[in-house]
Design a binder for this molecule. Sequence first.
Ligand code: DAT
Ligand code: MG
Length: 142
Amino acid sequence: MTIERSLVLVKPDGYRRGLTGEVLRRIEAKGYTLAGLSVLTPTREQLAAHYAEHAGKPFYEPLVEFMSSGPVTAVVVEGQDCIKGFRSLAGATNPTEAPPGTIRGDLGRDWGRAVQENIVHGSDSPESAAREIAIWFPELGS
Ligand code: DAT
Ligand code: MG
């Protein structure tokens, strides 16, 4: 058994719209557990580290601007295969294409902005999860 950890963020749109509890409810209803939780407004430095793979892309600056626009809830989600499992709960990046039943499909929409506001982030691999958890929860180690 390999119990995985994933780094989930409820983004500023989710926070502003009062959807943090709904996202956490879905994670717990799925059967995953919450191993860490923190509400904070991210710094640009944190976001540059978190989104390093997207530096230089057309949506990068709008993404950093959006993500630093207010509080986020950072969560360490734990459970068997939870990295893939949470990506499945979240749905596709584009909320217009994310199917009903998913977080982005049920709760998100396209607002016609330079960056998609899609409520949640979830790590995409064990390597990303370890890297991201170190950024948001330096005290957790691994
Ligand atoms: P995901 O969050 O599904 O892993 P990603 O890592 O490719 O997607 O991109 C990070 C975020 O950037 C994504 O959640 C929303 C935004 N984004 C990605 N591609 C975009 C695009 N083509 N246009 C606008 N925003 C985009
Ligand atoms: Mg990603």
